[in-house]
Design a protein around this ligand. Structure first.
Ligand code: FE
Length: 254
């Protein structure tokens, strides 16, 4: 499991964990994130049960168990949070911030000690001893209850499955050539994102934010001008394409 610092400010440090060459085959490669500020740390989309052991070893190099007080799960998927039952033993005092909609489902991953802090549909804030991050709604992108984390000080948007790309396990960390990156994202966004209306609503919200790093849960991180390029590209991309495909298949059968 590789650990990389994305950005460091006076008060905080953003880290990414991923590109795990030891991960079992056929498991999608995921990016896990951690924000460390002083004696508090927020672990974001900590990943699947399969990579709990390397994740725990990696995060403890940057924050101690007592300091990892908060966990965020953008939505309910297994590659996001199926490790919950194990974090529950490692971080018994932690709070899990996750969509209210998914509480009854996420608890199936096991949590006896961690407290579930349900996020209301309109989002909210996480206060890490004076360092505040925002939970930005991203419903239906792709999950029906879905949030991203925006850090206005470090100017990072942790964008969950938006901006995700299917990459090799040794792919570079940052998008360099946007045009060359499109084929790695296109099919993923068209199939996994169901709603054009939800997409436009999210783009309008995100365009108002000052973002220097857009960090998805799979693939590479976008910086600077590539963030604008991504939003423009995503805006014109038709999503929810499986509907068209099944209708077409039905037609062809006739
Ligand atoms: Fe997902």
């Amino acid at each position: 499991m590789k650990a990389t610092e994305i950005v460091k400010t006076k008060n905080s440090q953003w880290l990414m964990f991923g590109r795990d060459v030891d991960k079992p085959e056929k498991i999608i490669d995921t990016n896990q994130y951690m924000l460390v500020c002083g004696e508090r740390a927020l672990l974001m989309d900590p990943g699947g049960i399969e990579l709990f052991a390397p994740m725990l070893a990696s995060v403890l190099r940057y924050a101690s168990v007592e300091h990892i007080t908060d966990i965020f799960a953008s939505h309910q998927d297994p590659d996001i949070i199926s490790s919950l039952g194990l974090w529950d033993q490692a971080l018994p005092e932690a709070v899990l911030h996750s969509p209210w909609l998914w509480e009854g489902f996420i608890r199936h991953f096991g949590m006896k000690n961690i407290r579930y802090a349900p996020i209301a549909d309109e989002g909210g804030k996480i206060d890490l001893a004076g360092y505040t991050v925002e939970m930005i709604p991203a419903h239906y992108l792709h999950s029906s209850g879905n949030f991203h984390i925006y850090d206005p000080q470090a100017k990072v948007l942790m964008s969950g499955d938006i901006g995700a790309a299917l990459e090799d396990v040794d792919a570079p960390l940052f998008v360099d050539d946007f045009e060359a990156h499109i084929p790695k994202m296109k099919g993923f966004h068209q199939r996994w994102m169901p709603s054009n209306e939800a997409k436009l609503d999210w783009i309008n919200r995100v365009r108002k934010l000052d973002i220097e790093y857009m960090a998805p849960q799979h693939g590479r991180i976008f910086t600077g001008d590539n963030i604008k390029k991504f939003l423009d590209w995503f805006e014109q991309l038709p999503v929810g394409t499986a509907i068209g495909r099944t209708a077409q298949a039905r037609q062809e059968k006739k």
